[in-house]
Design a protein around this ligand. Structure first.
Ligand SMILES: [Zn+2]
Length: 462
C-alpha cells in the first residue's frame, strides 16, 4: 500500500511546508496554511504518455537543426488577442487566463474557439453543463456545425486522466480548460482547487502541451486581492499569464499580459462587452475620451503608452474645500501615493494651498495607469479644478513631473505626438529635454516644450 503523505500549503501563494505555520514565510500572510494529502504513486510515472504509450525521452539537438519559424504561431481572428499574446498562439504553450468570476473569461475563450475556423478545439468545462455552453454559443450566434471533423467540441469532465483519454481519441489542435480550479488528478488526494491539486493538474497539462506542441489555455479564477486563486505557483509554471479585468458594471474589458515568455509583458487588448459577446476595440482613444461639447474644468487629456501602443486618456480632477478636519485624497485608476507626491510638489514649489482641500482623481474608462507620462496632465487637471479655469479639449500632455517641479522627458515621445496629431489635437505639452532628435517640421500639431511646471501654468491659466 502506498504511504499516505501530507504537507501544508499556503493557500495564498502555494508555499509548501512539512509542518503547520501561523505566518507564511513567503507572502507574510497569517493563517493561510491548510493540510493537503498528497499520495504519490510508488513510481512517479508522468500522466501524459504519447500515443504509443511511452513518454518521449528528450535528446540533445544541434541548435541550427531546430526548426522554428515565427509563422508557426497560430494567428486568431481576434487581433486584440493576438497582440496580447505577442503575435498569435505559440504551439505547445500553456497560457493562464485569470480574472474575477463573472467578468467574461469563458465568453472570451468560447468566442475565440468558435471563431477559429478549420481547427479542432476541445473545450473542457468543469463549471457548466454542455447545454449551458451551447446556450452561450447560441447567444454568441456563431455555433456552426462541425465540418470535416473540425469545430468546437465540448467535454464536461474534471478528471485529468479522463480528459487525456478523450484527447487521445479526438486529437484536438487547441485545448481550453474552464477552469483549472475544477480539475483533479487521481495522483493527488486533496480536493479540487487546493494548491497541490491545481499544481499537479497544471504540471500534467504542461507535459502534454510540450510533448505534443498543442497549445493549452487554462482559465483561472482570481481572489479578491487580485492574485490567481490559491497558487501563485501556477504563474511561475505557465508560459503566459493573461489577466482579464474590468468592472462588471462597465462595458469595457481589458486583457493584459502579466507574463509572457513569447512576447512583451506590457501589451493590452480592449474589448467591449455586448449582448452578443465581446467586440474588439481597435481604436481605444475614441472610447477613453469622453464626448463633451462645453469646456469643463478639471479635465485634461494625456498621451500615454500601454505596452507599445499609444493611447490618449482623460484624467478628471475635483478639488474642493474639505468638509471635514482631515482632507480626503482619493484616486481611481492612478496610484494614490504618486498623486500625494504631485500634490506636495504643487504645494511646495508653486505655492498652491491644497493641504486643506479634498482632492479626487479619476482616470476615465476604468483604466489603471502606471505610465509616468500622465503626471503633467494630472497636475494641470488638479490646478484647472482648483482655479476653476478650463483647459481646451484640443490640448494634450505627455511628460513626467519630478520632485522639484521639473518636467522630465518620457520614452517614445514621437509615438505619443503622432497619436495626438492623428486624433485631431492642436497642441501637445512635452518636456524640453524630449525635444532632442524630434523633427518638429514633420508634425502639424504644435509642440510646446518647457522644463518647469510654473511655465505650463503661466501659459494655460495666465
Ligand atoms: Zn504564502
Amino acid at each position: 500500500m502506498a504511504k499516505i503523505k501530507s504537507a501544508y500549503f499556503c493557500q495564498s501563494c502555494g508555499y509548501e511546508s512539512v509542518k503547520w505555520l501561523g505566518k507564511c514565510p513567503s507572502c507574510n500572510q497569517w493563517n493561510t496554511f491548510v493540510e493537503e494529502i498528497i499520495q504519490k504513486p510508488s513510481s512517479a510515472v508522468p500522466e501524459w504518455k504519447g500515443p504509443g504509450g511511452t513518454s518521449k525521452v528528450a535528446k540533445p539537438s544541434a541548435i541550427h537543426e531546430i526548426a522554428y519559424t515565427e509563422e508557426s504561431r497560430l494567428a486568431t481572428p481576434d487581433h486584440e488577442f493576438n497582440r496580447v499574446l505577442g503575435g498569435g498562439i505559440v504551439p505547445g504553450s500553456l497560457v493562464l487566463i485569470g480574472g474575477e468570476p463573472g467578468i467574461g473569461k469563458s465568453t472570451l475563450m468560447l468566442q475565440l474557439a468558435l471563431n477559429l475556423k478549420g481547427k479542432k478545439i476541445l473545450y473542457v468545462s468543469g463549471e457548466e453543463s454542455e447545454q449551458q455552453i451551447k446556450m452561450r454559443a447560441e447567444r454568441l450566434s456563431q455555433a456552426e456545425p462541425a465540418k470535416d471533423g473540425t469545430g468546437v467540441f465540448i467535454l464536461t469532465e474534471t478528471s485529468t486522466q479522463n480528459i487525456f483519454k478523450q484527447i487521445e481519441i479526438l486529437e484536438p489542435d487547441l485545448i481550453i480548460i474552464d477552469s483549472i480550479q475544477t480539475l483533479h488528478s487521481a495522483h493527488i488526494d486533496s480536493t479540487p482547487g487546493s494548491v497541490s491539486q491545481v499544481r499537479e493538474c497544471a504540471a500534467e497539462l504542461m507535459r502534454f502541451a510540450k510533448e505534443t506542441a498543442t497549445p493549452v489555455f487554462l482559465i483561472g479564477h482570481i481572489t479578491k486581492d487580485g492574485s490567481i486563486a490559491g497558487p501563485k505557483i501556477l504563474e511561475h509554471m505557465v508560459d503566459t499569464v493573461l489577466q482579464f479585468e474590468g468592472d462588471r458594471h462597465h462595458v469595457y474589458r481589458i486583457l493584459r499580459a502579466v507574463k509572457n515568455r513569447f512576447g512583451s509583458a506590457s501589451e493590452l487588448g480592449i474589448y467591449e462587452m455586448q449582448g452578443v459577446g465581446l467586440r474588439e476595440v481597435s481604436n481605444p482613444s475614441e472610447i477613453l475620451l469622453s464626448q463633451r461639447d462645453e469646456e469643463l474644468t478639471g479635465i485634461t487629456i494625456s498621451a500615454m503608452l500601454e505596452g507599445v501602443r499609444p493611447m490618449l486618456i482623460e484624467t478628471q480632477a475635483l478639488v474642493s474645500a474639505s468638509a471635514y478636519g482631515t482632507p480626503q485624497r482619493s484616486a481611481t485608476g492612478f496610484d494614490t501615493k504618486r498623486m500625494n507626491m504631485l500634490l506636495a510638489v504643487l504645494e511646495k514649489r508653486c505655492g498652491f494651498r491644497l493641504s486643506a482641500k479634498d482632492v479626487f482623481l479619476n482616470i476615465a474608462g476604468g483604466l489603471r495607469v502606471e505610465d509616468p507620462a500622465v503626471d503633467l496632465g494630472i497636475i494641470v487637471a488638479i490646478i484647472s479644478s482648483h482655479e476653476d479655469i478650463s483647459v481646451s479639449s484640443k490640448i494634450c500632455f505627455a511628460a513626467e513631473v519630478g520632485l522639484s517641479g521639473e518636467i522630465r522627458a518620457v520614452n517614445r515621445i514621437e509615438h505619443r505626438i503622432a497619436e495626438a496629431q492623428k486624433l485631431g489635437f492642436e497642441e501637445i505639452y512635452i518636456s524640453k529635454y524630449n525635444l532632442k532628435g524630434i523633427d518638429r517640421t514633420r508634425y502639424t500639431i504644435e509642440i510646446k516644450t518647457s522644463s518647469k511646471i510654473e511655465d505650463v501654468f503661466a501659459s494655460l491659466f495666465g
